[in-house]
Design a protein around this ligand. Structure first.
Ligand code: ZN
Length: 317
């Protein structure tokens, strides 16, 4: 065998061996790669399976949660309805109680408003002392007095919790009832006097002689319209104590007149006078208060306020 030939054979052998090795290695490598991929796929598959199981669980839980929420919703709806019904019941009960209370107030507590016209006078201090002693608040329809001593009375009326009303500055029928203009000037004069002395703007008025007086030369409607425009409320009376006469009356007479009349009304506005010469009115006051308080039906003594029923002689149009 020539060296040449041997070389060729060796080369061939090498080629054959390599080919065989290649034929073995290639599929083997392929198998390994496939194996690895299969393994990975398997693991992914496991993870996905786990995830599916987890999601199924979550889904089930959320379905349960939904059911539970719906159940809670149904329960709370029931509770709301029940609460609504209870609230309605409570309201009805409250209204019934309030209605009963109103009935009771109308039936049981009668109200008396003591009013003193024409002051201040020499008796105002004494009247205020008696009212304080009995803890009674009243209403004073005052006139214009310049005396310094009377300025103190205006102030005491306010400070001691009574209502300060106006009864014209001059109390001269011929002047104040001559025209609306005269009436206005007189009222403004008294109003500013009272404001300067007490710091209070009086909101109440009593016509000298009452709103039904026959002396006014001006239509009383024009005057009441003026008061309304000024937001001043006027009051007349439904019980007269009978102390207006020039001839003196006894204090017993005053007390009897008022006490006999009170049971006729739910609200009584009592006309009394605070003027020189009206001594018996002062003397009647303690007895009057005691007898009002001793009345069989419960009776309150109050000052006039915005809430007081309008007792007037001039009927509303
Ligand atoms: Zn008067």
């Amino acid at each position: 065998m020539t060296p040449e030939r041997r070389k060729r054979i060796d080369r061939l052998k090498k080629i054959i061996v390599r080919t065989i090795l290649l034929m073995i290695l290639l599929p083997l490598t392929g198998c390994i790669i496939l194996g690895i991929r299969l393994f990975r796929a398997d693991r992914t598959m496991d993870r996905l399976t786990d995830q599916i199981i987890f999601l199924e669980g979550a889904l089930q839980r959320s379905i349960d949660e939904k059911d539970r929420t719906e159940a809670i919703f149904r329960i709370s709806e029931g509770v709301w309805q029940k609460m609504g019904r209870e609230e309605e019941n409570a309201q009805t009960a409250q209204e019934a109680v309030a209605a009963a209370g109103n009935d009771a107030a109308v039936k049981e507590v009668r109200k008396v408003y003591l009013t003193f016209d024409d002051g201040p006078s020499i008796y105002t201090g004494e009247i205020l002392d008696i009212l304080a002693q009995y803890n009674v608040k009243a209403t004073f329809f005052v006139t214009g007095k310049r005396k310094e001593a009377y300025a103190d009375m205006y102030r005491r009326i306010v400070e001691e919790g009574h209502t300060l009303g106006m009864h014209s500055y001059s109390h001269e029928y011929s002047n104040i009832y001559a025209s609306v203009e005269n009436f206005r000037k007189d009222l403004e004069r008294l109003n500013s006097l009272l404001y300067n002395e007490t710091g209070v703007i009086s909101r109440f008025y009593r016509f000298p002689g009452g709103s039904s007086n026959q002396v006014s030369q001006t239509d009383i409607r024009e005057l009441t319209d003026y008061l309304e425009a000024m937001e001043i409320t006027y009051f007349d009376w439904n019980i007269s104590a009978g102390d207006a006469t020039s001839a003196p009356v006894s204090s017993e007479y005053i007390v009897d007149r008022v006490i006999t009349e009170i049971p006729r009304f739910t609200d009584s506005v009592v006309l009394l006078h605070d003027a020189a010469g009206k001594r018996s009115t002062v003397d009647a006051l303690p007895m009057l208060i005691e007898k009002i308080r001793a009345l069989e039906e419960e009776t309150e003594i109050l000052p006039i306020t915005e809430e007081t029923p309008l007792i007037r002689h001039t009927p509303e149009e």
